[in-house]
Design a binder for this molecule. Structure first.
Ligand SMILES: [Zn+2]
Length: 242
């Protein structure tokens, strides 16, 4: 066969039935960012790929790269299948939202190791009975989104007013401005409480395991702040966070 072989680790973001027995895969890979691939004959009972080409599977892959847009899967080994995550409704929903956010926000063929590691870490904690429930919460989902936005280069500005630079009296958030605004510049922004602001600063500064706390009302402000920032600056729309 002409073409070359790519060896990489990747997470299956989406897996779509194609034709008689094939699957089209949206993969997020460690070494080349987003990859589209086809797995041939995978839905036949005796396929050597087994049931591993399903969403969330973390795989070691060999892919053949020909002239077409899609790479062809030639070999698969499981790094982690996250089986416990699949048996919990909330964890499954959280993993689905996380993979959907990666799918929408990271569409380039450039490797982004921080984003890849973040996704794998989040899936691993959703799969661990000790952290599963906490990680499936709205707080953890929003922390994941903030860290993903940071990894993708779209973190909101939180330290000072995006319009005038004022570091005090930060009372609102502007999606168009991509960050917090002060009381004098709040026209066109929405209210961001102190708790919502603090949540974002802490979520970005801490590890994913140390999820900050906030009230529901504040979390909805945070969701809106992330959503509007990504709409204005990355031109993507995320699904509701929970
Ligand atoms: Zn200002």
């Amino acid at each position: 066969m002409a073409g070359k072989t790519l060896k990489t680790e990747a997470v299956v973001l989406r897996s779509i039935r194609y034709g008689e027995a094939d699957r089209i895969l949206h993969l997020y890979s460690a070494s080349r960012g987003r990859i589209g691939a086809i797995a041939k004959g995978v839905r036949r009972p005796k396929s050597r790929f087994g049931g591993r080409l399903e969403p969330f599977f973390r795989l070691d892959l060999l892919l053949h790269e020909g002239r077409g847009e899609l790479l062809t899967v030639t070999s698969v080994a499981t790094v982690d299948g996250y089986p416990r995550l699949r048996s919990s409704g909330p964890a499954l929903a959280a993993a689905t939202r996380a993979c959907d956010a990666v799918l929408r926000l990271l569409d380039s063929a450039e490797p982004n190791r921080p984003a890849y590691n973040l996704l794998c870490r989040y899936l691993a904690m959703l799969d661990d009975r000790a952290t599963m429930e906490r990680m499936a919460s709205l707080e953890a989902g929003l922390s994941f989104r903030l860290k993903l936005a940071l990894a993708a280069g779209f973190a909101p500005e939180l330290a000072s007013c995006v319009r005038c630079g004022e570091a005090e009296h930060l009372v609102g958030f502007s999606g168009a401005g991509g960050g917090v605004v002060c009381a004098s510049c709040e026209a066109g922004s929405f209210a961001l409480s102190e708790g919502g602001h603090r949540f974002m600063v802490e979520a970005i500064g801490r590890s994913l395991a140390e999820v900050p706390a906030a009230e529901e009302r504040e979390l909805r402000q945070v969701e809106r702040a992330i959503g509007e920032t990504l709409e204005h600056h990355a031109h993507v729309q995320l699904r509701p966070a929970a």
